[in-house]
Design a protein around this ligand. Structure first.
Ligand SMILES: Cc1cc2nc3c(=O)[nH]c(=O)nc-3n(C[C@H](O)[C@H](O)[C@H](O)COP(=O)(O)OP(=O)(O)OC[C@H]3O[C@@H](n4cnc5c(N)ncnc54)[C@H](O)[C@@H]3O)c2cc1C
Length: 351
């Protein structure tokens, strides 16, 4: 045999697998088809890499879309606290942010990738770069090695397939693993995206009116049949040139997909002030306006929202931002306050 273990793929899973095998004194080969290791990892978490989450395992499983319970056995062997320890041992100190999210103190996803690559090199793992694997080889029902795209064969007692899924294929994950799994006799279920940004053809999105506006601690809901709330996530989000992104949007994306299987569009609802009732929001708006009766509405309400968003919502409520408070009817103020609690827009998938 050429190696004890061959790892296919140099993303975080492959790097981690190679390190673990080499720590157990195995002779390891890692084969990566791209020119760099950890390309997707470097992009992750907006370039900061949300390494793991410190909430209790039950809580994490509750947030996994679909059947999260299948993760119990994996977590039993290696859970979020083990990940934190793993990176601390590599010299990557982590810090906790909102909702238990753990990031490197360096705020750099690259530092996470670099630490893993350095450890792998120190352990003497052989690495082939720019080397696509064509197939996994079997003999008498047992794995025997791999065939590279150029026809070379490398033998091993174990092969670990860590080639990622299908998202962001420019980072190397082009779905080769599904073929490897099918060759091994597995059935592939229908594939769908999750934890992805969501696109919208709403005119305010296509005209990029709110592009770049980021919102802290808002409630984003996915609406299903008869406008029933399917799920709500209270986190940060951002309006982009194609739709919405940020933690709240990513968490909602799986549920958007579920609804889209039954209908062409999915409606979403944004609550900008989730801690206040509709009545309280309206009271606060009126109070701001009454405290500043001579100011133009857009200035009187400036403490409430970022200017672009404020102007957008005033226009939606048909309120002239240059007017003074009393020049607009109470009905319009009611409509404006309602928008702050319930801004509805439709979405489709990110192609
Ligand atoms: C924008 C973005 C932000 C994200 N943010 C986070 C985050 O903050 N926190 C988080 O936990 N997750 C995040 N993720 C998800 C995370 O990046 C992935 O879950 C993770 O990269 C998967 O790791 P992997 O090793 O399984 O696969 P990948 O990272 O996709 O790596 C697979 C590797 O296998 C190689 N490969 C593929 N086919 C072959 C072949 N035939 N032969 C040889 N090599 C092959 C590829 O070139 C690639 O290098 C984010 C993803 C994206 C796109």
């Amino acid at each position: 045999m050429d190696f004890d273990v061959i790892v296919i793929g140099g993303g975080p899973s492959g790097l981690m697998a190679a390190i673990q095998a080499a720590e157990k004194n195995k002779k390891v080969l890692l084969v990566e088809k791209g020119p760099k290791l950890g390309r997707k990892l470097i992009l992750s978490g907006g370039g900061r890499c949300n390494v793991t989450n410190r909430l209790p395992v039950e809580e994490i499983i509750r947030h996994v879309p679909g059947n999260g319970r299948f993760l119990y056995s994996a977590f039993h062997q290696f859970d979020n606290e083990d990940i934190i320890l793993f990176f601390e041992k590599l010299g990557v100190a982590l810090k906790e942010e909102d909702h238990g999210r753990m990031f490197p103190v360096s705020n750099s996803a690259r530092s996470v990738a670099d630490a893993m690559v350095a450890r792998m090199e120190k352990l003497g793992v052989t690495v082939y770069m720019k080397t696509p694997v064509k197939s996994v080889l079997y003999e008498n029902g047992q794995v025997r090695g791999i065939e590279l795209a150029d026809g070379q064969i490398k033998q091993a007692y174990s092969v670990i397939v860590a080639v990622g899924g299908k998202s962001v294929p420019r980072t190397g994950s082009t779905g080769d693993g599904y073929k490897f799994a099918m060759d091994a006799g597995h059935t592939i279920t229908e594939l769908y995206p999750t934890e992805v940004p969501i696109t919208s053809l709403e005119p305010f999105i296509t005209k990029r009116i709110l592009q770049g506006i980021s919102l802290r601690d808002v409630s984003l809901s996915v609406l299903g049949k008869k406008n029933k709330v399917v799920v709500t996530h209270r986190m940060d989000m951002i309006f982009t040139h194609f739709g919405i992104s940020g933690p709240a949007a990513l968490r909602c994306s799986m549920f958007v997909n579920q609804v889209l299987r039954k209908q062409e569009l999915v409606w979403m609802e944004l609550d900008l002030f989730p801690d206040e009732s509709a009545g309280e929001v309206q009271k606060n708006v009126v109070q701001l306006l009454e405290e500043n009766p001579k100011k133009a509405i857009k200035n009187a309400l400036s403490p409430l929202l970022q200017e672009k968003l404020l102007l957008f919502l005033l226009e939606k409520a048909e309120i002239n931002p240059e007017n003074h408070y009393k020049q607009e009817s109470p009905k319009k103020w009611e409509a404006f306050a309602a928008l702050l609690k319930k801004l509805c827009f439709y979405c489709e998938w990110h192609a």
